[in-house]
Design a protein around this ligand. Structure first.
Ligand code: GDP
Ligand code: MG
Length: 299
C-alpha cells in the first residue's frame, strides 16, 4: 500500500531546515547559507522511503516581519504548515537557550486545535553539549506535546534515516503525487536563479543583506546538450550595482563562475551563464516578483 504526504519543516532562521531537506532528498533542492533568511519561498523536496513518498516543504525561517517581503515569507511558512500532514519543528540544539522565534512558533502550534502529529528535531548535535540535549527535550516537550523527539546532525547526516522511517509510517495512505525519482518540483529556471542568489548572498551578505533578487530571463537548450542561461540580478541602487560588479567586474565574474560550476553539477551538462545587473529601486514591491516566487504580495 502506497503512502504519500506533506511534511512541513518549521523552525527559526538558521536552525538547519534547508540542510536537512537537501540531505533527505540527496540533492540540492534548496539553498543554504550561514546567514539567516536565505530561504525565501516554499521549496518542496521529495523523497521515497519504503512505500512512502514524502514531500518536504522547506519554509522560510519564521521571524518577526516588518518589510513586505518578510511578511510574505512568514505567511508562506505558515501556509506550508497549514497544508501539511505532519510538522517537524527544527531547533538548533547547540544554542543554550530557546530563542524567541522558536518560542513563538511553539506558542502558535500549541494554540492550534488539531490532531496532526508534531515532531521535534534537535539539530546540530555535532556541536551541542550533551547535557543540554536532555534539558532542551524536556523543556520543549513541556510546552508542546510532541509525538516524537529526534536528535540529529544534518551536517554529518547523522540520525536522519530514523526520522525518515518514522515519518514514512505516519503519512496517509494514497498514491504518490510525483514520479518516484523526482527530488523537487521546483522549475529549473527558478532553482538556477536561487543557486546564483546563494552565491551572491554568501559573497555580499555584509554589504547587501536583503537587497538582491535574481531572475532567470532566458534558457536555451542546444542540440549538443549544453544550456545557455541568462539571469538578471536586481538591486535597488546604483551603489549596490557597483558592489555586485566589483572592481573591473571581478566580483560578478567570481559569482557567475561559482554558480555555473554548481549548475553544471546539477544539470550534468555544459552551461553558459550570463549575468546582468539591473537597478530597480522598488523590486521588493514588485507584485510580479512575488508571483514568480509563489509568495502572497499582500500577506
Ligand atoms: P535554515 O535557515 O534553517 O534553512 O538553515 P540552513 O540549512 O540554511 O543552515 C544554516 C547554517 O547551519 C548553515 O551554515 C549550515 O551549514 C549549518 N548547519 C545546518 N545543520 C547543521 C548541523 O547539523 N551541524 C552544524 N554544525 N551546522 C549545521
Ligand atoms: Mg532555509
Amino acid at each position: 500500500m502506497q503512502r504519500c504526504g506533506f511534511v512541513a519543516i518549521l523552525g527559526a532562521p538558521n536552525a538547519g531546515k534547508s540542510t536537512l531537506i537537501n540531505e533527505w532528498v540527496g540533492g540540492k533542492v534548496t539553498i543554504v547559507s550561514e546567514k539567516v533568511q536565505t530561504t525565501r519561498t516554499l521549496v518542496r523536496g521529495i523523497t521515497v522511503s519504503g512505500e512512502s513518498q514524502i514531500v518536504f516543504i522547506d519554509t522560510p525561517g519564521i521571524f518577526r516581519p516588518s518589510l513586505r517581503l518578510e511578511k510574505a515569507m512568514v505567511a508562506a511558512a505558515w501556509q506550508g504548515e497549514s497544508e501539511a500532514d505532519l510538522t517537524v519543528l527544527v531547533v538548533d540544539a547547540s544554542r543554550k537557550k530557546i530563542d524567541k522565534d522558536t518560542a513563538e512558533i511553539i506558542e502558535r502550534l500549541a494554540a492550534q486545535k488539531d490532531e496532526r502529529p508534531r515532531v521535534l528535531l534537535l539539530n546540530k548535535v555535532d556541536k551541542a553539549d550533551k547535557t543540554n540535549l536532555l534539558a532542551l527535550t524536556k523543556t520543549l516537550n513541556d510546552k508542546l506535546d510532541f509525538a516524537a523527539t529526534f536528535m540529529v546532525s544534518a551536517l554529518k547526516n547523522d540520525g536522519l534515516g530514523d526520522v525518515l522511517g518514522w515519518l514514512a509510517e505516519k503519512l496517509p495512505e494514497g498514491p504518490w503525487h510525483f514520479p518516484g525519482d523526482d527530488i523537487s518540483d521546483m522549475p529549473m529556471r527558478l532553482l538556477a536563479a536561487e543557486i546564483t542568489r546563494e552565491k551572491l548572498f554568501r559573497a555580499l551578505y555584509q554589504e547587501l543583506p536583503y537587497a538582491l533578487a535574481v531572475e532567470t530571463e532566458t534558457w536555451e537548450d542546444f542540440d549538443n546538450g549544453s544550456v545557455k542561461i541568462s539571469q538578471v540580478i536586481y538591486v535597488a541602487r546604483d551603489s549596490h550595482k557597483a558592489i555586485v560588479l566589483g572592481k573591473g567586474g571581478a566580483q560578478i565574474r567570481e559569482i557567475g563562475e561559482a554558480s555555473r560550476v554548481e549548475l553544471e553539477e546539477i544539470l550534468e551538462t555544459r552551461i553558459h551563464l550570463k549575468l546582468f545587473v539591473k537597478v530597480q529601486e522598488n523590486w521588493a514591491d514588485d507584485p510580479e516578483k512575488y508571483r514568480l516566487w509563489g509568495l502572497d504580495y499582500s500577506a
